[in-house]
Design a binder for this molecule. Structure first.
Ligand code: DON
Length: 304
């Protein structure tokens, strides 16, 4: 099947859909983005790709970085990691405090904010300098040697991230944060501040379509069973309380971010990144969801 023709057709059609989404403003810096941006890029396992629209414009990947932090922590800690975070969909918003009390400080999964904060704590406990070593890891996975944290975005979130401060302190009080909450949050906010364009993001995530190996040199990032589990978590938990709907409509493992990015993976085939900053009420890109739904519904590019 010719994926270029389908991407082109679906992109043009989706661009015409009235965009009822709203840009995220709780991180003030995110509100400065042009809301009309819309880009898509697919990368296959040969490293060949195809993009449309604003696919080469950088954006804040936000929660999509949680896939990379989990990958590094899983690589280091192995299966013991699941003692600290669970693998169940939360059915709640990404920044909810609700279930932590019930589950005694064990977040439902590593992609809700509470889970990603615990993953940051794990990385700090296992690395000499988590901020530096995580960045080196992402540079290697993405083949982007010049990648840096965005101080502008991180500082903006640091000044307003009251819910994350509450989450981290609450988990600490329940005994599931080992390090100083200020240090954990500082790393978490930096981790979320990474910026990539759709081409770079789709390329970065191809290891999850390739059994945990980089497509460029075949080097192992994580094992095949670990890659399987990462994909399973993305399918069941990647879109918070819209994960069921994403699986239902799109049918691919994926991960969204409040910057309006979505990455989706078709194991053995490709990774695709879509970006449009306006979000639906669940915090997922309005047009991004629409694009991917149409793309997998009218092609063979789906696991179901
Ligand atoms: O912690 C936050 O709220 C943001 N840094 C990340 C949230 C996010 O991207 C949720 N995704 N849809």
């Amino acid at each position: 099947m010719n994926y270029k023709a389908i991407i082109e057709k679906v992109f043009v059609e989706t661009k015409r859909v009235p965009n009822n989404g709203k840009i995220a403003t709780y991180i003030p810096e995110l509100a400065n983005v042009d809301p009309t941006m819309f880009g898509v890029h697919m990368t296959d396992l040969k490293g060949e790709g195809f993009g449309m629209g604003d696919n080469l414009e950088k954006f804040s990947i936000q929660s999509i970085a949680k896939v990379l932090s989990l990958t590094l922590a899983y690589k280091i800690v192995g299966e013991k990691i699941w003692k600290r975070v669970d693998v169940e969909p939360s059915g709640t918003k990404f920044d909810s405090l609700l279930l932590l009390e019930v589950h005694k400080g064990i977040p439902r999964n590593p992609f809700v904010n509470s889970g990603a904060i615990v993953i940051c704590d794990i990385l700090i406990s296992h690395l000499k300098d988590a901020k530096v070593e995580f960045l080196e890891f992402v540079r290697d996975v993405s083949n982007l040697p010049d990648l840096v944290y965005s101080d502008k975005i991180a500082d903006s979130e640091k000044a307003h991230g009251y819910r994350n401060v509450a989450l981290c302190n609450f988990i600490k009080s329940l005994g599931n944060i080992e390090n100083d909450p200020t240090e954990v949050l500082d790393f978490y906010f930096d981790m979320c501040s990474l910026e990539m364009n759709c081409q770079q993001l789709s390329h970065t995530m191809t290891y999850l379509a390739n059994g945990g190996r980089k497509i460029t040199d075949g080097s192992k990032i994580i094992t095949k069973p670990q890659s399987k589990r990462m994909n399973a978590l993305m399918l069941t938990c990647g879109f918070y309380d819209e994960s069921g709907e994403f699986a239902f409509k799109v049918g691919l493992p994926g991960k969204s971010g409040v910057g309006g990015g979505i990455v989706a993976v078709y194991p053995q085939h490709y990774a695709i990144a879509v970006w449009s900053p306006k979000l639906n009420p669940n915090g997922n890109s309005f047009l991004g969801m629409k694009f991917l739904e149409e793309f997998t519904t009218h092609s063979d590019f789906t696991i179901f």
